[in-house]
Design a protein around this ligand. Structure first.
Ligand code: ATP
Ligand code: MG
Length: 188
């Protein structure tokens, strides 16, 4: 890259945002990862907690390690609850998600992170693996300057209401519907 001096903007007032990425299209988790990548460039510290993951390998599990110690990734759970082929009972998914909520609260209050990403938490709420008051409590007890990012389909209206930025990723097409199996680097 050319050695041009880039202007670095500083907001006059720093605000810790609540960001929701929801919808049925592809790009929610990868959008959150993109913000983590961007934050690292600013010397910020990011904690990512993934709900309902941990049964299938995804590239970010090792990709994020290259950003350590500025970014830490915690996988919780045993894959998507209620999806055909996932053998674990609801009770187990619920217990895992409850552990993830506790971890989220600990990380949030540790004061170590500028951004906390709760990946698939909207989904976990929809599937009743966590309860609405638990998610609202997390949002309400967020340190003032910390950013909180919540991803997953079917975001709850009460969560959307509390967020500053909400994006809905809408499926226009998905390779899956053309019988193309998930591809490395793009889908996982
Ligand atoms: P990504 O992780 O690629 O950003 P996402 O978080 O928006 O996707 P999820 O709903 O979490 O999407 O789905 C997880 C994985 O399933 C992704 O790899 C995605 O490509 C794939 N996927 C998304 N939508 C569909 C679909 N309709 N059918 C099958 N697979 C899908
Ligand atoms: Mg996702």
């Amino acid at each position: 890259m050319e050695a041009v001096k880039l202007q670095r903007l500083e907001p006059k007032e720093k605000v810790g945002l609540v960001v929701v990425i929801t919808g049925n299209g592809k790009g929610k988790t990868s959008s959150a990862m993109g913000m983590a990548l961007r934050a690292v460039g600013h010397g910020m510290h990011v904690c990512i907690i993934q709900f309902m993951k941990g049964d299938l390998y995804s590239g970010e599990m090792d990709g994020i390690k290259r950003l350590a110690p500025d970014v830490e990734l915690h996988l919780t759970g045993k894959g998507f609850c209620g999806i055909m082929g996932n053998p674990y009972p609801y009770k187990e998914h619920r217990a895992n998600a409850q552990d993830a909520i506790k971890l989220a609260k600990d990380k949030m209050l540790s004061g170590k992170f500028d951004i906390l990403i709760l990946d698939e938490i909207n989904n976990a709420l929809k599937l009743k693996l966590v309860d609405l008051p638990q998610v609202i409590d997390l949002i309400d007890s967020k340190p003032r300057l910390m950013h909180l990012i919540l991803t997953g389909r079917d975001a709850h209206p009460d969560v959307i209401e509390r967020a500053h930025t909400v994006s809905e990723v809408r499926e226009i097409k998905h390779a899956y519907r053309q019988k193309i199996e998930p591809q490395k680097g793009i889908d996982y």
